[in-house]
Design a protein around this ligand. Structure first.
Ligand code: DQA
Length: 155
């Protein structure tokens, strides 16, 4: 079984970007930790980061086997996504996740509800199986453990 972690705009800057909010771990630290954690659960884990909405949508389609190289086969069983700012703006991302029917966890490093009002609205949360916010980069680990438990339980 396979998990895909997607990180949206500006998350490539983790470690140096506003460390008081997002911490000092880099995206590569986060991805490496998530991969080894997935391995301990016997799961494979791929990662993808892009600053471009369309590239993220294409990656989601690809996970479901759609797109130019698509074989119609679903490659990914669960998605963990930190959509960054696209959380608060993107109907396209919402529709992509809805369109592929792959269960997903929405994961935010910061507690978006304790921040500016515009961060309180998410276009994804009501479609997510679970939403994590404010655990710092540990949120990704928590998401992988949650997904592993769901997979083991067969749902
Ligand atoms: C974020 C919160 C978003 O509001 C922000 O635009 C991000 C990161 C988080 O992980 O806390 O880029 O998704």
């Amino acid at each position: 079984m396979s998990i895909l972690i997607i990180n949206g705009p500006n998350l490539n800057l983790l470690g140096t970007r506003e460390p008081a909010i997002y911490g000092y771990e880099t995206l590569s630290d986060v991805e490496t930790a998530a991969k080894s954690l997935a391995q301990t659960h016997g799961l494979s884990l791929e990662t993808f980061q892009s600053n471009h909405e369309g590239a993220i949508i294409d990656r989601i389609h690809e996970a479901a086997g759609f797109g130019p190289q698509g074989d119609g086969q679903r490659h990914v069983d669960w998605i963990i996504i930190n959509p960054g700012a696209l959380t608060h703006t993107s109907v396209g991302l919402r529709d992509a996740l809805g369109g592929v029917n792959i269960p997903f966890v929405e994961c935010h490093i910061s507690n978006v509800h304790a921040r500016e009002e515009f961060r309180h609205k998410s276009y994804l949360s009501d479609k997510a199986v679970a939403v994590i916010a404010g655990l710092g980069t540990f949120g990704y680990e928590a998401a992988v453990n949650f997904v592993a438990r769901k997979i083991k339980a067969g749902n």
